[in-house]
Write a protein of this length. Structure first.
Length: 202
C-alpha cells in the first residue's frame, strides 16, 4: 500500500509517545501497536468483485448478488452502442431493480440515477469510459450517494463534448446488492467487448 505509510507491513516506533492508537481509521485495515508503535496493514485497498465483458450484444449489463462486507462500491465501465442515428444513447443505472422515481441527479428527480452518454456505432474512435463511486452503498443506515466521471469519445453521429461530472442520490438506505446498466433507447444494444467492473472498498 502506497502513501505516507509506504508499503508498511510494519513501521518504526517513532517518537516514543505513550500508549498509541490501535486503529488509524475504523475498518481501514491499518492499525498501530500500542506497545511498539509498529504499523500493520491488513487491507490492500479496493477489491475486484466482478468483471463482465460482453461476448455478444446486450440490452443490459447486470452485476448481481453483490456480497456484503464493503462500505463503498465503484463501477468502472467501457461502453459503446449499436445505435446509428444521430441521437443520444445512454446507459441508465438502476440499483436493486428500483426503477421508480427514487433518484436525484443534480436538480433532476425521476427514474434515472446517473445516465452517461455513450458513443454510437459510427463513432470514429473507441468506447466511452467512466467511473461511478457509490458512497455508503454497503451499509443499511445511510442513503447511497453517487459521484460519476465519464467521457464519451468523439464521433460522427453523437458525442459528449469533453469530460463530464455528475452527482446523484438514491433515496433508499438499503444495501446495494444489484446494479444494472440498461441501454436507452430500447431497441439498441451495448456492443461486443463492452466491459463493466465492480470494485469494493472496506
Amino acid at each position: 500500500m502506497s502513501g505516507p505509510l509506504g508499503s508498511g507491513s510494519s513501521g518504526g516506533g517513532g517518537g516514543g509517545g505513550g500508549g498509541g492508537v490501535t486503529s488509524l481509521v475504523a475498518g481501514s485495515g491499518i492499525s498501530v501497536s500500542s506497545s511498539t508503535g509498529a504499523v500493520t496493514v491488513t487491507s490492500s485497498g479496493p477489491t475486484l468483485i466482478s468483471r463482465v465483458t460482453l461476448s455478444s450484444t446486450a440490452a443490459a449489463i447486470s452485476l448481481n448478488s453483490i456480497p456484503s462486507g464493503y462500505k463503498h462500491l465503484e463501477i468502472i465501465y467501457s461502453l459503446r452502442s449499436t445505435r446509428t442515428t444521430a441521437s443520444l444513447a445512454i446507459a441508465r443505472v438502476v440499483l436493486n431493480n428500483d426503477q421508480g422515481s427514487n433518484y436525484i441527479q443534480n436538480t433532476f428527480t425521476g427514474t434515472n440515477l446517473v445516465s452517461p452518454a455513450i458513443p454510437s456505432a459510427t463513432c470514429v474512435s473507441g468506447f466511452g469510459v467512466g467511473r461511478l463511486f457509490l458512497h455508503n452503498a454497503g451499509d443499511s443506515t445511510n442513503m447511497t450517494d453517487v459521484v460519476q466521471t465519464f467521457n464519451s469519445t468523439t464521433g460522427t453521429v453523437y458525442r459528449a463534448t469533453g469530460g463530464n461530472v455528475a452527482a446523484a442520490n438514491w433515496n433508499s438506505t438499503a444495501r446495494v446488492t444489484d446494479v444494472a446498466l440498461i441501454h436507452l433507447p430500447v431497441g439498441d444494444l451495448f456492443v461486443v467487448d463492452s466491459t463493466v467492473e465492480l470494485w469494493g472498498y472496506p
